[in-house]
Design a protein around this ligand. Structure first.
Ligand code: FES
Ligand SMILES: [Fe+2]
Length: 408
């Protein structure tokens, strides 16, 4: 009975259940955004998106109505609030580009790539304008394995390396920089961000939701219900290793193409992964899955990787963003294999999103306060636990002073 309530081997045991309140309450949402997103490192992109000095990207962060400008400068990567200091227009409107300076399209104020205000049309008409104090507002920024993180908090945050903790060295050696985005997908979902993230933290639903798509690839005869295999709790993140079906059914076209499957649609080529990956050295290893708190998922395969963002918009709405990274196709056959894989992913996502919105509707109805989870869904419980823990600390400063004391 004890095992139904708590997981063994976790420093601060957490309950195998989740509450409706955390997925429907605007008040809970407001605190969650402040404590888990605004005051936290948030992953926003990759260094390959800004390859040279003057390259930039912008990223809208729906949770804080914020837009961030990330610029590659001669002095390193810098991040700013994407807000003109004159009257608040966005200083860069494109998702990505190349610039020597940024000129606001409203009244023409100009900033250099380091964020300094350099030009103000008809400057003499302003009384006492102190340009030195009106540069773009910087945000904290750091990188890890080529992933760019920002921190919107006012106080100086814990260093990213410290925040990542045991996860920091996990991907050492993985050739992230050899792969490019071959497909991306972004959509609004009428569901709380955790409902969406939860759906990618367990395989218990595969036998049912995905019986026509990826179930046969992942579910082996001795693991028909997608039980959780090797995993680690690396507070506040977690990682697990996922194996597949040793003898999957292949559709006829799959045989022709040499077997496109979810482990990667292109034939192998020299590609280095981290020595830490496939920790059980399983012959049927498919991928390692990292939940990077609060809202990012990396699935690293033998020669590709996929990433997801689950952006909070409101208590009952989120933005779901996916990118697939692999090497470019070298011929029409490889391109066809990629498209085949992507159609499989698309169908799988539709099955997921269909369920997520139904779940939200039920939770919003208020009919049920709490839901039970299995050991196969422990990562779901862990994500909710990490959020609850932060909210509990805010309520009880004594607990905050004592470190990782769990409220459960
Ligand atoms: S708002 Fe940017 S120049 Fe006026
Ligand atoms: Fe799914």
């Amino acid at each position: 009975m004890q095992n139904n309530c708590q997981l063994i081997g976790v420093d601060d045991a957490f309950p195998l259940r989740i509450t409706s309140e955390s997925m429907r309450s605007p008040e809970y949402f407001r605190k969650e955004v402040d404590l888990c997103f605004v005051k936290n490192w948030i992953l926003v992109g990759r260094v390959e998106e800004i390859p040279e000095a003057g390259s930039y990207i912008t990223k809208d962060l729906p949770f804080g109505h914020a837009s961030i400008l990330i610029v590659n400068t001669k002095n390193g990567i810098k991040g700013f609030r994407n807000i003109c200091r004159h009257r608040g227009n966005k200083i860069a409107c494109a998702a990505a580009g190349q610039a020597r300076a940024f000129t606001c399209t409203f009244h023409g104020w100009t900033y250099d790539c380091d964020g300094k205000l350099r030009g103000v049309p008809d400057e003499e008409a302003f009384l006492d304008l102190d340009k030195a104090r009106l540069g773009l507002i910087p945000v904290h920024i750091d990188t890890w394995n080529g992933f760019i993180f920002v921190h919107l908090g006012n106080e100086i945050p814990a260093p990213l390396k410290e925040y990542l903790g045991d996860l920091y060295g996990f991907f050492n050696g993985f050739d992230f920089d050899k792969l490019n985005v071959t497909w991306s997908f972004k959509t609004e979902v009428e569901a709380n961000w955790k409902i969406c993230f939860d759906g990618f933290l367990e395989q218990y639903h595969f036998a049912f939701s995905h019986r026509t798509t990826v179930a046969n690839t992942f579910l082996a005869p001795d693991n028909r219900f997608g039980r959780l295999g090797w995993h680690q709790w690396w507070d506040p993140h977690c990682v697990c290793s996922i194996t597949g079906n040793p003898s999957p059914r292949r559709p006829p076209i799959g045989k022709v193409l040499g077997g496109p499957n979810v482990a990667g649609s292109l034939p192998p080529e020299p590609f280095v992964i981290s020595k830490n990956m496939n920790p059980t050295q399983d012959d049927n290893w498919e991928l390692d899955s990292v939940m990077l708190f609060p809202n990012f998922l990396i699935q690293a395969h033998p020669k590709s990787y996929n990433v997801w963002w689950f952006w909070p918009v409101s208590a009952t709405k989120s933005v779901f963003e996916y990118r697939r990274y692999e090497r470019a196709a070298r011929n029409a056959g490889e391109r066809f294999a990629q498209e085949y894989y992507l159609s499989l992913v698309r169908d799988t996502f539709l099955q997921d999103l269909f369920a997520f919105e139904h779940v939200q509707q039920s939770i919003s109805s208020g009919a049920i306060d709490e839901f039970p989870l299995s050991l196969s869904e422990a990562r779901v419980a862990y994500l909710h636990h990490q959020v609850n823990k932060r909210l509990a600390r805010e309520h009880d400063p004594v607990i905050e002073g004592e470190g990782d004391v769990c409220s459960s």
